[in-house]
Design a protein around this ligand. Structure first.
Ligand code: ADP
Length: 256
């Protein structure tokens, strides 16, 4: 097992944001943390990435109780980019924090910019980047040091359909190389990329299992459980997805 979380809890003063959360991730497994706003996704991922200290519970990473920062890649929900930096300068800046040598940094940042499709923009300033380009740069930063686990907090939520498609496709490529834990409030995003889903509600796991198990369940029930939205909203979102697929150039690759 790559990562095991046992009864992890986080309290903000009197408010319990995450309550006795238990889950595990195997090497090269892709797990989606699915839940509505306020269900505890960011709090959970922040504890795993070391930004927040748990109130109680245990995190075991590769058999040890300390998470080696260099083996985790983290993309926060709102990454802080410096708009005056070029994409390459940003990766070199981020890479220094990961203790990579100058030579390694040069090689890895070129490789990663190529992987995320920003090779042509590598000497352009981040200030002129679209949301999708910024998110792809964020992915490049998170992967720079070849982590074993990639933690992505709502990586596609703020993106338009084309940015969303690009980043989801990139995640599908990445999951062949490393384990991914990502949060989303959209079931369709989780379905596309991951084989395992953990549904959070009010800080606790309401359901966890494989995508196949999820498909066997009543769709309406599952959706309401995961997002607390009404069926009409669900149908609207499906309509939106259909429109998105029709306008997408790679529609054949994105099946509903
Ligand atoms: P999600 O990522 O699923 O939207 P969060 O982890 O951000 O959920 O929040 C879980 C709960 O904790 C929410 O009720 C939120 O209001 C609360 N919360 C999050 N951050 C803080 C904070 N810094 N101080 C107090 N309460 C917080």
């Amino acid at each position: 097992m790559l990562l095991t979380i046992d009864k992890l809890s986080k309290k903000y003063k009197d408010h319990v944001a995450v309550k006795e959360l238990t889950l595990s991730i195997e090497h090269n497994q892709c797990v989606a943390l699915l839940g509505p706003n306020g269900s505890g996704k960011t709090t959970t991922l922040s504890m795993l990435s070391g930004l927040l200290t748990p109130t109680s519970g245990k995190i075991v990473f590769q058999g040890g109780t300390t998470i080696n920062r260099h083996e985790i890649g983290f993309l926060p929900q709102y990454p802080a980019f410096f708009s005056w930096m070029t994409a390459t300068e940003y990766l070199h800046f981020a890479g220094k924090l990961s203790n990579l040598s100058k030579k390694e940094l040069q090689k890895k940042s070129n490789e990663m910019l190529y992987f995320v499709g920003l090779e042509d923009a590598k000497n352009k300033r981040i200030g002129g980047f679209s949301g999708g380009m910024k998110q792809r740069l964020g992915l490049a930063q998170a992967m720079l040091h070849d982590p074993k686990l990639l933690i992505l907090d709502e990586p596609v939520s703020a993106l338009d359909p084309s940015g969303r498609r690009d980043v989801l496709q990139m995640m599908m490529e990445l999951k062949k190389k490393m384990a991914i834990l990502f949060s989303t409030h959209v079931l369709h995003d989780a379905e596309q990329v991951c084989d395992h889903i953990v549904m959070l509600k009010e800080g606790t796991v309401k359901w966890a299992g494989s995508l196949d198990d999820l498909r066997k369940r009543n769709t309406e029930e599952t959706f309401i459980l995961s997002t607390e939205e009404k069926l009409e909203d669900w149908l609207k979102s499906k309509q939106y997805i259909k429109e998105f697929i029709l306008t997408s150039q790679t529609s054949a690759e994105l099946k509903l």
